[in-house]
Design a protein around this ligand. Structure first.
Ligand SMILES: [Fe+2]
Ligand SMILES: [Fe+2]
Length: 202
């Protein structure tokens, strides 16, 4: 799937480079694959919990059910790459980025606002994954791995779009747009904070 202009604009204009992935040469393939494997697991798990929490929303259930399978398939592909190389799945790192995103989610108040924040959190994580995979697909030395990550990039771009579309299916577009802008600004501030602290994926 080619990225739409809309997706391109979002990725190009609002998301500064994730500092965790700037210095690719300094990160081992095992660390990259382990971190990636857990991201895929978490994506599958989050889709399952969204289906459980919003089981009355038929369109959401219909759209997210196949994404669970797809994300779990991604996990298996990454696991396979580790095993092929005689590497093993390391332990899960503390995900400061995701934890910071969760802090920004609306906790109380109206149900619609809380629902929207769940979807936009996922949209942001997918957009950021897409950007990360783009970087890997361009920056890794190994041609096989560059192609490997290009396919992931395309898939996650589709997921990012899906979460935005689902938001607009259930909630007024203007409300979605306004809240999305707030999320993008908040996310940019997290990125700066991570950079200052010097956090890396390992
Ligand atoms: Fe995925
Ligand atoms: Fe995804």
């Amino acid at each position: 799937m080619e990225l739409s202009d809309h997706t391109r604009n979002i990725l190009g204009l609002h998301l500064p480079t994730d500092p965790r992935w700037v210095n690719l040469a300094g990160i081992s393939l095992e660390a990259i694959l382990t971190d990636h494997a857990y991201c895929e697991q978490k994506a599958a798990l989050t889709c399952i919990s969204l289906i459980q929490r919003y089981s009355q929303k038929a369109e959401l259930v219909k759209q997210l059910a196949p994404i669970v399978t797809e994300e779990w398939g991604h996990f298996r592909l990454v696991l396979n790459e580790l095993h092929k190389r005689g590497l093993s799945l390391g332990t899960q790192r503390k995900d400061i980025y995701v934890n910071k995103l969760l802090e920004f989610q609306q906790k109380g108040g109206d149900e619609e606002g809380r629902f929207l924040d769940q979807l936009l959190t996922m949209a942001l994580i997918e957009a950021r994954s897409c950007e990360r995979f783009k970087r890997l697909s361009e920056g890794l030395n190994d041609e096989y791995m560059r192609n490997f990550y290009r396919r992931f990039m395309e898939s996650e771009a589709g997921h990012y779009t899906l979460f935005i579309e689902l938001s607009e299916f259930y909630i007024d577009k203007e409300k979605v747009r306004k809240r999305w802008q707030q999320w993008l600004e908040y996310e940019a501030s997290i990125m700066q904070e991570i950079e200052v602290r010097g956090d890396r994926i390992h």
